[in-house]
Write a protein that binds this ligand. Structure first.
Ligand SMILES: [Zn+2]
Length: 277
């Protein structure tokens, strides 16, 4: 049995503040340890539950955050940027039986600690076929196309509630309770590691490959915080203006859908000016 852990940082233990997840800050240096603790606890739980292999895919910012030297010696870690499937890179090779979303968070424009969708700012909402979409929801559709179930989700309590919508059968662990976008009631790493490890052990039993799901076509609509960002996004083939600050595109598969999403966010990032956005 092989498990893929998609590891994002905003939903990690103790993390509530932008600097906590911003590479290079003293806070980030400290929070890397907390993040690594969550991911390692998940890996240990999956091994407890019978996994033979655990591949960890770094999914936050520069995708260089985890401390490899503190991980269980049985894991492998994919670190660094530029990957076909970004946050769920590795699922496409046909040998993964279950996926875990560790350190995930809620979507742009919704309640939740450090809520956003791919870009920290600029994107104020994402909808998939008319439904509000978080990174978890989008990536759940990607992995479903490969017949791989989402078996574990960790993050704040609202992330767990969001996951009930896209992975109702998955194990969920809330490592903190939302108070505001930048505040949470946090539990200690000793406690969250124990909770995550126990949940991952159960989740290993859910890691059974299924028939691939072809749920398309997928219409993805994005709303931005400035009009010119919508205009900039339309250089991506297929992205059409649907409102003053909105664009939408339609893809036959979520594989194409997530790749186009990446293209849109890359173009939009380049169009953001420091003071005016
Ligand atoms: Zn994220």
């Amino acid at each position: 049995m092989k498990i893929l852990i998609s590891a994002d940082m905003e939903g990690a233990t103790g993390v509530t503040w932008p600097a906590d997840v911003l590479p290079g800050t003293p806070q980030w240096e400290r929070c890397r340890g907390l993040f690594t603790s969550d991911v390692n606890a998940a890996a240990l739980g999956f091994f407890d539950g019978g996994a033979d292999d655990v591949l960890i895919n770094e999914a936050h910012w520069s995708m260089r955050n985890l401390l490899l030297e503190r991980l269980d010696e049985r894991v492998e870690m994919l670190t660094g940027r530029h990957k076909s499937l970004s946050m769920v890179e590795g699922v496409q090779h046909g040998d993964v039986d279950g996926v875990a979303f560790v350190g995930y968070h809620t979507g742009a424009g919704t309640e939740g600690v450090l809520a956003h969708t791919y870009l920290a700012n600029s994107i104020t909402g994402v909808w998939l076929n008319g439904t509000r979409a978080s990174e978890g929801l989008l990536n759940a559709h990607v992995v479903a196309e490969y017949g791989v179930p989402v078996v574990l989700v960790t993050g704040d309590d609202l992330t767990c509630a969001d996951a009930e919508g896209y992975a109702p059968g998955a194990q969920k662990v809330a490592v903190k309770d939302h108070v505001s976008r930048y505040a949470a009631v946090c539990r200690t790493p000793a406690r969250t590691a124990a909770d995550i490890r126990a949940a991952a052990k159960v989740a290993a039993g859910l890691a059974v490959r299924q028939d691939p799901v072809q749920g398309g076509p997928f219409t993805v609509e994005l709303e931005f915080d400035a009009e010119h960002l919508a205009m900039a996004a339309t250089v991506v083939p297929g992205a059409e203006r649907t409102g003053e600050r909105r664009v939408a595109y339609t893809s036959g598969t979520m594989y194409d859908g997530i790749r186009t999403f990446k293209a849109v966010t890359t173009i939009v990032s380049a169009a953001v000016e420091e003071q005016y956005g």
